[in-house]
Design a binder for this molecule. Structure first.
Ligand code: PNW
Length: 468
């Protein structure tokens, strides 16, 4: 037994990936609706227009969670359902807001604790058009702050808030690689760093508002959710590759967590990016430093990292390294999955938990996403899909690694959420890549079926959690 007796576990989803109903009850379009409308952006030309239709199936989703024994559920709010145009002078859509009020009430009635994310990539499209969305250092943080205030006010029963999900993805995939909305890559050497800075400020403003106006009365907590992969040297005997491993984590996690926990960007980023990395004004620094009550961690995979000899190119975002899945000896870091960027390596989870715990002085951690796709899963008949042993092994390996880090190293993990409750819209990969612990039959009314991996979760946590 190694997890504390009040350890929280459950499943995770996000609004655009599951809700569908994009024109229902006054919802305004988001940048993901527009992105999906552009030919060639999404595999199979699909979109989140219907997805799992969870907007109209909240009772089914709650019943599903209950049947799996989950005591918590992480989901995100669609900003453009609540404020269709998004801005701080724009009208509130009460029908959209009331949908989430009822959903939170229903979850609590079922004994399931809501963990709510404010922003899982679906910016109201109007803000993109009006002033360039996340790129706007003046407007965006103010509009986000007002959106946050509206939902804090309406949802006093929510005790676990997250502002942004994976800002790294919004910045790098949205403004450098171009595989996520808004897919704007014309200034790939500068825009990602500006967007990252603006997200930190917006997070800081929302956290400050929560703490000043709501926290004492509601008794909740607020944080941000950061993704990051574990790293191992391509050549374990090369000190340059060992340094490159740390640098790559600084360019993904440290980019956001260093300002929040330490008050400045990582030295390696400042050294490489020079004036392209924005600087904090004194006021901004004060806003951002200490702005999280917990560390929200999303984690999926590990890489082998090889330093580059040449000077970094201007569009580099990883710290001038090669990101590889095999090392100098030709060993693979893990088995292939349906996702090109993901190979399971449970040991990396333990190592990264220790890295975070050491660098940021043992913060309280919630793991808010962890999971895998399976190579070729979508091509199998449903009976085979439901026997998802590869995913069972993944969860088992990763959760045990986490429990060991808690028991043996004192890493302070308080909760774990599997990504995802069910198959859903996997962004640019469309519906082919499935991450669900439950299967969704998209051809037959989005009916849900429990896969084996969903059923083993309760046994696993029962086994690993202290009884008193
Ligand atoms: C996370 N990468 O995204 C997201 O938070 C989820 O919405 C998503 O469905 C899930 O992981 C599975 O992909 C990531 O390319 C997507 O490194 C891609 C990467 C990282 C995170």
């Amino acid at each position: 037994m190694s997890l504390p007796k009040d350890f929280i576990w459950g499943f995770s989803t996000s609004a655009y990936q599951i809700e569908g109903a994009i024109e229902q009850d006054g919802r305004g379009p988001s940048i993901w609706d527009s992105f999906c409308n552009q030919p060639g952006r999404i595999t199979g030309g699909s979109s989140g227009a219907v997805a799992c239709n969870s907007y109209n199936r909240t009772a089914d989703d709650i019943a599903l969670l209950k049947s799996l024994g989950a005591t918590a559920y992480r989901f995100s709010l669609s900003w453009s359902r609540i404020i269709p145009l998004g801005g701080r002078e724009d009208p509130i859509n009460d029908t959209g807001m009331q949908h989430y009020v009822k959903f939170v009430d229903d979850l609590l009635d079922a004994g399931i604790t809501p963990f709510v994310t404010l922003y899982h990539w679906d910016l109201p499209d109007e803000l993109e058009k009006r002033y360039g969305g996340l790129l706007n250092r003046q407007e965006f943080p103010l509009d986000f702050e007002r959106y946050a205030r509206i939902v804090f006010e309406a949802l006093p029963k929510v005790k676990h808030w997250a502002t942004f999900n994976e800002p790294w993805v919004s910045c790098i995939l949205g403004y450098n690689v171009g595989s996520a909305a808004p897919g704007r890559t014309s200034a790939a050497s500068t825009d990602p760093w500006i967007v990252g800075h603006n997200i930190l400020i917006a997070h800081g403003r929302a956290a400050k508002t929560y703490r000043k106006k709501f926290q004492a009365q509601h008794g909740g907590e607020i944080g941000i959710v950061l993704d990051g992969d574990a790293t191992y040297p391509w050549d374990a005997s090369d000190p340059e590759d060992i340094r490159a491993c740390n640098r790559k984590i600084e360019f993904s996690i440290g980019w956001f967590a260093d300002p929040i926990y330490l008050g400045h960007y990582p030295a390696a980023m400042r050294a490489q990016l020079l004036s392209r990395l924005p600087t904090f004004t004194d006021e901004e620094r004060a806003l951002v430093k200490g702005s999280s009550d917990y560390y929200g961690m999303n984690h999926y995979t590990a890489n082998y990292v090889k330093h580059r000899e040449d000077a970094p190119n201007l569009e580099d975002y990883a710290g001038n390294v090669d990101i590889l899945f095999s090392n100098k000896n030709g060993d693979w870091i893990g088995a292939e999955t349906e996702s090109r960027w993901l190979r399971p390596c449970p040991q990396g989870f333990g190592d990264l938990l220790r890295w975070i715990s050491e660098r940021y002085r043992n913060p309280k951690i919630y793991v808010l996403e962890n999971g895998t796709s399976i190579k070729g899963e979508n091509d199998l008949p449903i009976e085979k899909i439901l026997e998802d042993d590869f995913r069972v092994q993944y969860y088992d390996g990763y959760v045990r690694e986490m429990a060991a880090a808690v028991r043996l190293c004192g890493v302070d993990v308080r909760g774990y959420f599997a990504w995802s409750l069910m198959d859903n819209f996997e962004w640019a990969e469309g519906y082919r890549t499935r991450f669900g612990a439950c299967y969704v039959d998209y051809d037959n009314g989005q009916k849900r079926y429990v896969k084996k991996s969903a059923t083993v979760m309760k046994q696993l946590f029962d086994e690993l959690t202290k009884k008193d």
